[in-house]
Design a protein around this ligand. Structure first.
Ligand code: ADP
Ligand code: GN1
Ligand code: MG
Length: 360
């Protein structure tokens, strides 16, 4: 994209002030994100090209984001900092469509920090508070939400995609991946058994974020406290456990999501405890027993799902996630599998920690 093209797109939104610069930001796997700096005292903005292959209904997704952020704004002390603010286009729509691509803008929240990994239990605790609070603020949200990605954390649907991808084997990679495929297959039943509990209502559904990795949370620079959950593209109705599990996948990893050195990758039980304490400080009172019973398992569930999704994308010829090099999705698969094994080994301890916090 040239600067001129970016300026032309940004100028179609209701921005205050004259645009000074537009620069790329962050390393999201899905969207393209830019910071729009304006002159003088006018606010700055986040401009995003939303990946509409991943999100087939961007208008529906923006309606979701607008609705949940408006709901949160009614309840918090600082509505411009404690959630995203969607900026509409000059024609009143929540997006601009340019040559088949969808763009959206929100306010840039200044004086914040964001992280790619948790380097202290205090940060993990704050992250847990952030997602627990996000869910609590939306507990009474009662409008229907659009399903922005079909079956996002539904492992039954993921296995259907998986079976089709393995059968199609579009780039001939299956023959060399028998071991990795067996990692997924050997856990098929226990993962489906868990999901059955969501399907039959034993585990309830709520409004959830669904992409709670640490980089999707902003922290207040001055206090270090959590400020808000961002990247609301996947806000949908699901089990709260998925938000907990995805965060555990991210905050507890002693290595990187795509670490080539598997010795770096373990689940830190200290981080698990800190995150669980933060999350349960907000959620304990309203959770039902079935949710508490499966809270620790959700870390395994989402990490397993991530192994499946990275491997499936590799088999599919790397169509979904942005990759930096040809084997990237396979490296991610191995690193997430190492993390999954580490969680499996420490599962009894994880359950005991949840139980102790829940009963305290
Ligand atoms: P992606 O979908 O590509 O992951 P995100 O919405 O998560 O994009 O944004 C990428 C990064 O940009 C975040 O991790 C955060 O550091 C920063 N960011 C996003 N939105 C805001 C905002 N409104 N204010 C300040 N920083 C933001
Ligand atoms: C993607 O968009 P981003 O980078 O925050 C993905 C998540 C994965 C994550 C893995 C919409 O998150 O589901 O867990 O990568 N988001 C979508 O890092 O698929
Ligand atoms: Mg993100």
């Amino acid at each position: 994209m040239t600067q001129e093209q970016l300026f032309t797109i940004a100028e179609q939104f209701e921005l205050e002030g004259k645009i000074e610069t537009i620069k790329p930001l962050g390393e999201g796997f899905i969207n393209d994100t830019f910071v729009v700096k304006t002159e003088g005292d006018a606010p700055n903005y986040i401009l995003q090209r939303k990946n509409h292959v991943v999100f087939p209904d961007v208008p529906g997704m923006m309606d979701n984001i607008k609705a949940v952020t408006e709901h949160i704004k009614q309840k918090v002390a600082d509505p411009m900092r404690e959630t995203l603010t969607v900026i509409p286009a000059k024609d009143g729509k929540l997006y601009v469509e340019v040559e088949g691509n969808f763009w959206a803008v929100c306010l840039f929240i200044p004086e914040t920090s964001s992280f790619d990994r948790a380097d202290s239990p205090e940060l993990a605790y704050q992250g847990g508070v952030g997602i627990g609070r996000f869910q609590a603020l939306l507990a009474d949200f009662d409008k229907p939400l659009n399903e922005t990605i079909k079956g996002f954390h539904n492992i039954r649907w993921r296995f259907q995609q998986w079976d089709e991808t393995i059968a199609a084997d579009p780039v001939g990679r299956v023959k060399d991946l028998q071991e990795e495929i067996s990692w997924v297959e050997s856990r098929r039943k226990e993962m489906l058994d868990f999901w059955s509990l969501v399907e039959d209502g034993t585990i309830p559904t709520h409004v959830t974020h669904n992409d709670t990795k640490i980089s999707n949370i902003l922290f207040d620079k001055a206090s270090g406290n959590v400020l808000c959950a961002i990247d609301l593209d996947t806000v949908m109705s699901s089990t709260s456990l998925n938000d907990f599990g995805d965060a555990i996948r991210s905050y507890t990893n002693t290595g990187a999501e795509d670490d080539k050195n598997l010795d770096n990758v373990e689940m830190s039980i200290e981080m698990f405890k800190a995150y669980a304490e933060g999350y349960l400080s907000q959620q304990k009172a309203t959770m039902v027993q079935s949710e508490l019973d499966y809270l620790a398992f959700s870390g395994r569930y989402i990490t397993f799902e991530q192994v499946l999704r990275f491997l499936m994308d590799y088999i599919d010829g790397d169509k979904y996630y942005k990759t930096a090099y040809p084997e990237h999705n396979l490296v991610r698969t191995h690193a997430q599998y190492k993390l999954l094994q580490s969680m499996e080994r420490q599962y009894d301890e994880m359950k005991a920690i949840v139980k102790a916090i829940a009963e305290a």
